[in-house]
Design a protein around this ligand. Structure first.
Ligand code: 5AD
Ligand code: SF4
Length: 474
């Protein structure tokens, strides 16, 4: 699973445990330095860019070197127990750094901060600040409190915070693709999921500010934006001045109209909310990428009902049919959970067969991890033994391996327009980019005068499970 994931910033939550730390653009401009690591979903990575912007205004510049930081932040994830364990381990390592540099402040941001609140200060003694996803504007004040020796906590969730006016500082950017947060929170209440508790109610960001951010990115040379939200298809904004309502399809169209050279992607869709209108807009604009992340979670109707996903197996299959009907070459990926409460062997087989039916190009696959406070934790027993969960997950992973490989093999001989993201990590004489379907394509630079951010047509000659190999079309 890793090879696609490392290159793939569009896909969401699978980046679990994979952290990155930003580098300072202009380290000498600021009096103090902060170091931030982000874990979990793309939304966290995007939030860290908002945090960076707020901290810049408070006189803190980013550094990649934890040792020289005055403030060390972890933007955390709670989605599975393993994610929290990884973060706790990392905090232990921070303890050593703090011992070397006693004045250094340590803050925990994101979902784990929200879930554990002030308890985190009890559990992890070195932590000075606990700040939830809707409280980042108060960071400068919280830092002052912490500098005065007082532990500080703000985990208030908001009904309207979207950070619309904050211009994110693009951390560790390739200068070609960027994420734009369009909404926050989730109202869906899937029974296994902790997100509605850690990120609060759904709210949509001002459409104009989104389009302005996309325009600004394009003007600065970016060529791809991913519209980001826990459930982008329920985006809905009413412009108070014009009284105009903006749906997700409208919003996507507005962004696509900035330039045919600006690619538009989005993540994540809930199958129940993705409308024909969205699919038609995707089909209408060449620069809206033909790729949908459509998490199925399970292929069995009874399990889906327990998960509170609000669709059946058949309904999901029809959605897949509809996508292929309107956008025949659309790439589809999924999230899948193995061994949810009371799942039987036959029900697990339904998940394997819906994978075959949907022909996923890619999947993020997990075994069920009970999260305290969720509907499932309160209502159902986590009764599938761990070895069974792991075996089922392995079967799902094996199935996806062949589906991905088959999907890539079908592409051999085809020609795709690729947006160049940079040099191939393995070969300085090759470029790496993506096609509309979000597949990674690597091809030799040859004698052409190309650069990052350029589009080029390439023909696929070979593939692995995670990458298409190609040559520039002559
Ligand atoms: N256990 C396992 N996987 C989970 N996910 C969400 N909550 C859990 C959980 N408790 C998965 C879902 C979701 C993805 C982001 O993480 O598949 O789509
Ligand atoms: Fe969690 Fe479901 Fe909301 Fe996704 S749609 S964040 S899985 S509750």
């Amino acid at each position: 699973m890793m090879d696609l994931m490392t290159d793939n910033k569009v896909h969401d939550e699978s980046r679990q445990g994979e952290a990155y730390a930003p580098f300072a653009n202009d380290p000498n401009q600021y009096k103090k330095k902060f170091y931030i690591e982000s874990y979990g979903c793309q939304m966290n990575f995007s939030d860290s860019e908002i945090v960076a912007s707020i901290l810049n205004s408070a006189g803190y510049g980013a550094t990649r070197d934890m040792e020289e930081a005055d403030l060390v932040l972890l933007n955390t994830c709670s989605i599975r127990e393993k994610a929290e364990q990884t973060i706790r381990k990392r905090l232990t390592e921070f303890r050593k750094a703090k011992m070397r540099k006693p004045g250094m402040l340590v803050g925990v941001l994101g979902c784990m901060a929200e879930r554990l609140k002030a308890n985190l200060l009890e559990e992890e003694k070195l932590v000075d600040m606990v700040v939830g996803p809707d409280a980042y504007r108060t960071l400068p004040g919280l830092i002052v409190e912490a500098e005065g020796g007082q532990k500080s906590v703000n985990v208030l969730l908001s009904r309207d915070e979207t950070y619309a006016d904050i211009s994110p500082v693009r951390l560790e950017s390739n200068g070609v693709s960027a994420f734009i947060s369009i909404m926050r929170g989730c109202n869906n209440m899937c029974s296994f999921c902790v997100v509605p508790f850690t990120r609060g109610r759904e709210r949509s960001r001002d459409a104009q500010s989104i389009v302005a951010e996309a325009q600004d990115l394009f003007d600065r040379g970016f060529r791809e934006v991913t519209l980001l939200g826990q459930n982008v298809d329920s985006y809905y904004f009413v412009d108070e001045k014009s009284n105009e309502t903006v749906s997700f399809a409208n919003l996507m169209e507005r962004v696509a109209l900035i330039s045919p050279d600006l690619r538009v992607r989005f993540s994540t869709s809930h199958p129940k909310d993705i409308t024909d209108e969205v699919l038609h807009v995707m089909a209408k604009y060449e620069n809206i990428c033909n790729y949908i992340h459509l998490p199925v979670q399970s292929g069995n109707t009874r399990v889906l009902q327990l998960m509170n996903r609000t669709y059946t197996r058949e309904w999901y299959m029809k959605k897949v049919d509809r996508i292929k009907e309107i956008i025949p070459d659309c790439g589809i990926s999924s999230d899948i959970i193995a061994g949810f409460c009371s799942e039987t062997e036959e029900e697990h087989q339904d998940t394997l067969s819906i994978m075959d039916y949907s022909q996923y190009d890619y999947s993020y696959m997990f075994f069920y991890s009970e999260r305290p406070g969720t509907l499932a934790a309160r209502r159902y027993k986590d009764d599938v033994p761990e070895d069974v969960k792991k075996r089922r997950l392995q079967e799902i992973v094996d199935k996806q391996y062949y589906l991905s490989l088959d999907s890539n093999k079908r592409d051999v001989g085809r020609t795709y327009k690729v947006l160049i993201e940079g040099e191939s990590k393995k070969d300085a004489n090759a470029w790496m980019g993506r096609n509309s379907q979000n597949k990674v394509i690597v091809f030799a630079k040859e004698q052409y005068d190309l650069k990052k951010g350029d589009y080029i047509n390439v023909t696929v000659t070979d593939c692995t499970k995670g990458t298409l190999l190609a040559v520039i079309e002559k």
